[in-house]
Design a protein around this ligand. Structure first.
Ligand code: GDP
Length: 321
């Protein structure tokens, strides 16, 4: 054995080695990396880690959205248990609607209470909803990219308050929309034009019986109206189901529907294209935040090569301004 092998290296491990350690269950390293991301988003080591994470995606990103009280947090707990039961590692980002940490429990804390703190392969993190109008916080995207390289499934929970359904579609591979029985959500759903966004639409609280059955029938009816449009545009009509996070009924079907969408995304070859488009949008938004519309105008067309990391591209473009 060489001397170098048994004396600890004074150098920080490579970004790839750090990601491998995180994937191996080092949750403290994930927490440290996320903290570093917040404190020094543009530092060289942060960029190196994000670039490495962007280049090596591992998991499926599932956005979970729906109005307050629909049962998202309870469902997240049930879904995390179901995924862990299948041996998959899960990273969760709970996007808190209030950007200030005051009053009320953070969404992430509610989810965390439903998970096992000693489980090395289940990580939960809260993040503030937005640092700019019309988009999820920039850090949410960076955090997602990091977790996507580490965990088999990344869940992003957002409260459905109008814009957030569209926001979550900008970061997720698969969008799960939760519908509350007896709320008329499925009609709202049509009106708000978010009918195109979910890949899976689930009526929650199926244990409430007939009211949940009616909500599912309404939902199927609402979606069938747009099924033809979906087919014409080459989209996939959303899967619909009902479940009860409390009794566990329907949770296996939900996992199957999420898996099914994931398989479809990979098989059609659309996954890379979808992620690239999300990265390009993110880059544009980040540049607009930093340099305003005038900055965007000066940059002209903002090219992002397929597969190129938006994080180092942002640093490059910002340096030219
Ligand atoms: P969120 O605001 O969307 O995160 O919703 P929560 O998970 O906090 O749940 C809101 C309320 O619905 C709570 O009182 C839960 O106990 C209740 N709830 C959640 N899931 C179920 C379910 O499967 N069945 C029933 N009957 N109630 C549920």
């Amino acid at each position: 054995m060489s001397a170098a092998a048994d004396t600890p290296s004074p150098e920080t491990p490579s970004a790839e080695a750090q990601l491998a350690a995180m994937a191996d269950g080092d949750k403290a390293a994930v927490a440290r990396a996320l903290a570093r991301l917040e404190r020094a988003p543009e530092a060289a080591d942060t960029l190196a880690l994000l670039d490495a994470a962007y280049a090596a995606p591992r998991g499926q990103v599932v956005g979970v959205t729906g109005p307050p009280g629909v049962g998202k947090s309870t469902l997240m707990g049930a879904l995390i248990r179901a995924l862990r039961g299948r041996g998959r590692s899960v990273g969760t980002i709970a996007v808190d609607p209030s950007s200030r940490r005051s009053g009320g429990a953070l969404l992430g804390d509610r989810v965390r209470l439903l998970t096992d703190p000693d489980d090395r392969h289940c990580f939960v993190r809260s993040m503030a909803a937005r640092d700019r109008l019309g988009g999820l916080a920039e850090l949410t995207v960076a955090g997602m990219v990091l977790m996507r390289a580490v965990y088999d499934v990344v869940l992003i929970e957002t409260v459905g308050v109008g814009q957030s359904e569209t926001d979550v579609a900008g970061v997720a591979d698969t969008v799960l929309f939760c519908v509350q029985p007896g709320s008329g959500d499925s009609l709202q759903f049509m009106k708000a034009g978010i009918v195109e966004i979910p890949d899976v639409a689930a009526v929650t609280k199926a244990d409430t019986g007939p009211v949940a059955d009616r909500a599912l029938a309404d939902l199927k009816g609402a979606l069938s109206l747009s099924a033809d449009d979906a087919a014409e545009e080459g989209r996939r009509a959303p899967a619909t189901l009902k479940l009860s996070a409390e009794s566990g009924a329907g949770v296996d079907e939900l996992v199957a529907a999420l898996d099914d969408h994931w398989a479809w995304l990979r098989d059609t070859g659309d996954l890379a294209g979808k992620r690239h488009a999300q990265a390009a949008d993110w880059l544009r938004g980040a540049l607009r935040d930093r340099h305003g519309r005038e900055g965007l105008r000066r940059l002209g067309r903002i090219a992002l090569e397929p597969g190129a990391s938006p994080f180092s591209r942002l640093a490059e473009l910002a340096a030219t301004l």
